[in-house]
Every structure is written in structure tokens, then in C-alpha cells.
Design a protein around this ligand. Structure first.
Ligand code: NDP
Length: 598
């Protein structure tokens, strides 16, 4: 169908429908609907991939300790090594580097943002991603490559969880669950926004007598197959339930559909699933393209395109940049005198309606059963939930034996000894797979699993009792020599998290080198600079994720009130491009405005 053939969009009808679908899903318990994985659920956290090895506790001193061995720790460690800081120790709860890519080995896992911008330090390590959207094993291998390339394995502690961090005698005391009690002059934390798996609080969940696991701890011993997508032969003849239809389920359902006798996909809210169009990288093209500085150019180009900045070309050209391309085109079509805020918001809404209509039409075109197709259609704005892109997910519902069990926004009713109940009907299964996501929006120290005690015995959880307060998303007043590596209160670029991390890593390395070169013992943000930064963030509401009008999810605090705490999850008011330019100027000026070096 050409654009001209398309029926006109009935905006009011769509707004009404979106509201109805959201209201159906609002529930008073918000984040409390999910279960913490403690007590009888703790085994859901066990590491199925690497056996734990014994080691003696560490009681030594290091210059820099990093909590978390995912991209944040790797890129910060890399930048520190480049700056000549050799003595870096990464502490990681998994059995190797990788973070989210260590844990998430479910079949079909792959990056959703183009590899050329998603995988950090490609140029430095000389790696060419084999696909536009690399699969998980390649990304995990790349994490190991960074670890080896920069010598980060030498001092790393794996299968080790920090339990407490205390500023004592001008250094940080790091205590862990392995009995370590070592000190560090500097610490940084990159715990990942989504690292604690959660289970839905469905009545009866502990009663199920069959097998069950969370997607981030995939049990290949039970299913057969492997993370590279080999056929899961042990599921032959098995009846399997998967609960949840977010980005994870979208990637693993096609594999399950091929392997199980019967697959029941339990859906509360459908994902929007746009075209993926993955393809292998042509080495000749890559060799021509990858001239010095190429990855930084790609990063800046993607961010400019994705966040509505100025760019002459679109190097990535995919569903992420398409969203912004459409909005830009509509705004560009407005006469300059009509480019008012309401008109721009209307252009944004119109582009979104158009895009989502296309995505719904795609479901109709692919899914054969009319009723199933209808139920797989998403009724909300595209960025209300994590947009998904896949070329086999919708097709999986045409595979005999694959059944969509839609719960009409209510969720699974109950779990019994034998299976899963929806609308009074019990679906007997051998295995339940929870694709139910990760804790988001809960307190930092709860998700981290430790608290920080800073200067004068102040705890971070108390300092942040009203919400997060930082300078640049990196420094907290009262917590000298401690840095955060994460997107919030910085660029807040959600479409490409690693870009936020590489910039933060670079900033930290420059500051630490400055302190070491000049013989300073401490770096701390002043209270005034922190306050001013927070005021700036609140003045713009820039790049704040989620809206109360959206269907509930972790982007909008499950539809609960978005008070000050939530508003503090903002990014730089002028957007990600402007933040990256600002922070580059800040760190290269060598003035480090807002910090005290002592
Ligand atoms: P999500 O939190 O996105 O999805 C959880 C799913 O479980 C939702 O569909 C949710 O429904 C459903 N659910 C929760 N409770 C119930 C219930 N009681 N009954 C039925 N269904 C229920 O988790 P994911 O692991 O899919 O993804 C988490 C995030 O990880 C993504 O948003 C993305 O940021 C990242 N990710 C990125 C990938 C990539 O880049 N390649 C791949 C996979 C994940 P509802 O929507 O109604 O809440």
C-alpha cells in the first residue's frame, strides 16, 4: 500500500483506543507486583554458565576498583589503562566479563542497536562485527576481547558481589560476599540498569512442579541447543509456557516455536515489532568504511539522527533513526512561522500514529490467524515501551503448535502444580520460562545489593532518599573519589546505552589522570555544582523517559505517579548530542568546573 492509498488516520479514535488499553493495564501495586528473587526464589539467580572457583580473600590496596564487569566497567577500565592507570580491579558477580551479555544467553539474543555503534571499542580492538545486529555470543566474545586487550583480567574478581563500600581514612573500603576487604583510592560503579531479574507475582508461582527458569539464566541442560541458536532438541515432545512478550521473548520465541511440541506464549501487552533487516557485514565495505576515527563518526551520526539533531546522512538507517527521520521531515515541512512547540508535538504524534499503523498492518500481513493477529497488535505510542525489531517473531505464530494466550492486559491469573491459568482455563505444561524482565525504578542500593557510606558516615540511600542527585550523572557530593557510569542525569541516550558509558569512562579517566599527575588525593563535586546541575535538569525535563499517558511499563514507573523522584531521571535538557559536546568541552578544558581536587 502506498502512502497515498492509506486511509486517513483518525487521531481521536486512536487516542481513545490508546487510553482504553492503558487504563485496562493500570494496577495499584506498580513495581510491587513483581517478586524479589530471595528465599525460595533465590535459585533463579544461580549461575548456570560457569562453576565458582575457590580463592583467598583480598585485603590489599588498588588505585581503582570498578563494580561491574559489563560494558561500563570494560570501557572505563580501557580508558583508565590508556591514561596510564595500570592498577585497575574489576569486581563482577558473574563468572566472566560481559554483564548483561554474560547472563543473557537465551537463544536468538542479539543487539537491537546496530553493532557498529552498539559494540564499544571496535576500532581500538580491531574487530569487525559479523552482522549489522550481532548475536549474543559475538558480543560476549567482544567483552572478553576488550578484557584481554586492555589487561583487565589480571586483577579482576569474578563471582564476587560487593556488599558494602565505605569511605574511611581517605580511601574506599570494599567488602564482598567472598570475604574480601580491600581498599581503593577511587571507585566507580556500573551495575547496569537492568541486572536483577524479576518474576511476576502470580499466585501459586511456587507450586509449579515442572521445570522453570528465567530467560537470563537459560537452562540449556534442560532445553538442549546452545546460545548460538543450535536446535533445542531436548524440547522435542515438550509443552512449554513462556510468560512475557517484551524484547527478550520477541527474540527467543521463534527458537522455542521450532523446538517445542506445544508452545504457549502468555501475553499481557503486545510489543511493537518492526522490520529488523539484519545482514552479514561485507568485509570489503567495512575495510573501505573503517578509516581512522570511524566509530566515533558513526556514534555521533547515530545520536544526531536518532535524537533529531543535524546530520547530512544517516549511516545506520534503521528503525531507530526512522522514527526521528519522520519527525524531522514533518517539522521541515512546516513553514518557519508555524514551528511552534504545539505544532512540533503534533508532528511527533502524527509520525508516531503513522508508524504504529504500519507496524499493526505488518502484523496483519504476516500472521495468518485473524484473531491471533488482532491480539498481537500494539496500541500505544512506539516509545511507550521498548520498540522491538524482528523478522521471525510474528511468523512464529504461524508455526503449528505455537499458541498465543492473550490475557487482555490482565496478566496470568494463577500458576498451579501442572501449568498456567488464564481466564479460568488451565494450560498444562512441562516447563515455564519467565521472560518477565528486570527490576527497574527501585532504589539504587536495593538493585546494587550494597550501600555506600561516604564522608561523615552519610549513606547514599539517605542522600538520595528524595531521588538521585549528581553532577553529570557521575559525581555525588559527600562521596569523594566515587563515580557512577550510567546514562541518567547525563545524555540519557536510551537507544544506545554504550555510547553513554564510553563517554563517562573517558571523563573519569581524564579526571583520575589529572588527580594522579598533580598529586591530588581526592576529587569531589561541590554541593553548589551538584545543586545547579539538578536544577538545570529539572528546568528542561529533557530526555525524560516515559509518560503517564503510556501503557504501564518500566519506562513510566508502571503507570504510577511520576513525582520528583521520577523527574530526577532526566537527561541534559538540550538532548544527548548537546550533552556529549558539553562534557567533551568540560573535560578537555582541564578546569573541571564544579569539582574540588584536594
Ligand atoms: P520486559 O520487562 O520488557 O518484559 C517483561 C514481560 O513480562 C512484559 O511483556 C510484561 O507484560 C510481562 N509480564 C509481567 N508480568 C506478567 C504477568 N503477571 N502475566 C503476564 N505477563 C507478564 O523484559 P525483557 O526481558 O523482555 O526486556 C527487558 C529490557 O531488556 C528491554 O526493554 C530492553 O531494554 C532490554 N533488552 C534488550 C535487548 C536488545 O537490545 N537486544 C533484547 C532483550 C531485552 P507488560 O508489558 O504488560 O508489563
Amino acid at each position: 500500500m502506498t502512502v497515498a492509498d492509506r486511509p486517513a488516520i483518525d487521531r481521536d479514535a486512536l487516542r481513545r483506543k490508546y487510553r482504553e488499553e492503558r487504563d485496562k493495564r493500570l494496577r495499584p501495586d506498580g513495581n510491587d507486583q513483581y517478586l524479589r528473587l530471595t528465599g525460595r526464589f533465590a535459585h533463579y539467580l544461580d549461575d548456570p554458565y560457569t562453576p565458582v572457583t575457590e580463592r583467598a580473600p583480598k585485603t590489599d590496596h588498588v588505585t581503582f576498583a570498578f563494580i561491574g564487569g559489563g560494558f561500563a566497567g570494560l570501557v572505563t577500565g580501557a580508558r583508565l589503562k590508556e591514561a596510564g592507570v595500570e592498577d585497575v580491579r574489576i569486581v563482577e558477580k558473574g563468572g566472566d566479563f560481559g554483564g548483561t551479555w554474560y547472563w543473557n544467553r537465551y537463544p536468538g539474543a542479539q543487539c537491537d542497536t546496530a553493532s557498529f555503534v552498539y559494540m564499544p571499542l571496535l576500532e581500538e580492538t580491531g574487530h569487525m562485527p559479523t552482522e549489522k545486529y550481532a548475536h549474543a555470543p559475538e558480543i560476549l566474545e567482544h567483552c572478553r576481547r576488550i578484557g584481554k586487550h586492555y589487561g583487565l583480567y589480571d586483577n579482576a574478581l569474578f563471582h564476587t558481589e560487593v556488599v558494602d563500600l565505605e569511605w574511611i581514612g581517605g580511601r574506599w573500603l570494599v567488602r564482598t560476599n567472598r570475604g574480601d576487604a580491600f581498599t581503593a583510592q577511587f571507585i566507580a560503579m556500573g551495575i547496569g540498569p537492568l541486572h536483577v531479574p524479576k518474576l511476576p507475582g502470580i499466585p501459586g508461582i511456587e507450586e509449579f512442579k515442572g521445570h522453570s527458569f528465567h530467560t537470563s539464566r537459560w537452562d540449556y541442560a534442560y532445553t538442549g541447543g546452545d546460545p548460538s541458536g543450535a536446535h533445542m532438541d531436548r524440547l522435542a515432545g515438550k509443552r512449554v509456557a513462556i510468560i512475557g512478550t517484551g524484547a527478550t521473548a520477541v527474540q527467543c520465541v521463534p527458537h522455542l516455536a521450532r523446538a517445542c511440541a506445544e508452545l504457549y506464549v502468555f501475553q499481557r501487552t503486545p510489543s511493537s515489532v518492526d522490520v529488523r533487516d539484519n545482514r552479514p557485514t561485507d568485509p570489503d565495505w567495512f575495510a573501505r568504511m573503517a578509516t581512522p576515527g570511524w566509530q566515533q563518526r558513526w556514534l555521533e551520526n547515530f545520536t544526531a539522527n536518532q535524537t533529531g539533531g543535524q546530520a547530512d546522512e544517516d549511516l545506520v538507517m534503521d528503525g531507530w533513526t526512522d522514527i526521528a527521520r519522520r519527525v524531522r521531515a514533518r517539522i521541515g515541512a512546516l513553514a518557519p512561522e508555524h514551528r511552534t512547540a504545539p505544532n512540533m508535538l503534533a508532528a511527533f504524534e502524527d509520525s508516531d500514529f503513522e508508524k504504529m499503523e504500519e507496524i499493526r498492518a505488518r502484523v496483519d500481513a504476516i500472521v495468518e490467524d485473524r484473531e491471533t493477529a488482532r491480539k498481537l497488535q500494539a496500541w500505544y505510542r512506539q516509545l511507550c515501551k521498548r520498540p522491538c525489531f524482528h523478522d521471525e517473531y510474528l511468523q512464529a505464530f504461524n508455526v503449528p503448535g505455537t499458541h498465543l494466550v492473550d490475557t487482555d492486559g490482565r496478566g496470568v491469573e494463577r500458576i498451579t502444580e501442572r501449568g498456567v491459568v488464564v481466564a479460568g482455563k488451565e494450560y498444562e505444561v512441562d516447563c515455564v520460562i519467565y521472560a518477565s524482565g528486570f527490576e527497574v525504578g527501585t532504589d539504587y542500593s536495593r538493585r546494587a545489593g550494597y550501600d555506600l557510606t561516604g564522608r561523615d558516615g552519610v549513606r547514599l540511600s539517605d542522600r538520595w532518599s528524595e531521588g538521585m542527585r549528581t553532577l553529570h550523572g557521575i559525581h555525588v557530593h559527600g562521596f569523594p573519589n566515587a563515580f557512577l557510569v550510567q546514562p541518567t542525569q547525563g545524555a540519557n541516550l536510551i537507544s544506545n546505552i554504550p555510547h553513554n558509558l564510553t563517554e563517562a569512562g573517558r571523563t573519569i579517566a581524564v579526571m583520575v589522570k589529572h588527580a594522579l599527575d598533580h598529586g591530588y588525593d581526592e576529587i569531589e563535586v561541590t554541593e553548589e555544582a551538584e545543586d545547579a546541575w539538578v536544577e538545570l535538569l529539572l528546568s528542561g525535563g529533557g530526555m525524560l523517559l516515559g509518560s503517564p499517558d503510556c501503557t504501564p511499563g518500566y519506562y513510566n514507573n508502571e503507570g504510577q505517579e511520576l513525582g520528583l523522584r521520577w523527574r530526577l531521571n532526566a537527561g541534559y535538557p538540550q538532548g544527548a548530542m548537546a550533552y556529549f559536546a558539553y562534557i567533551d568541552g568540560w573535560r578537555t578544558s582541564n578546569a573541571f568546573e564544579g569539582l574540588e581536587f584536594r
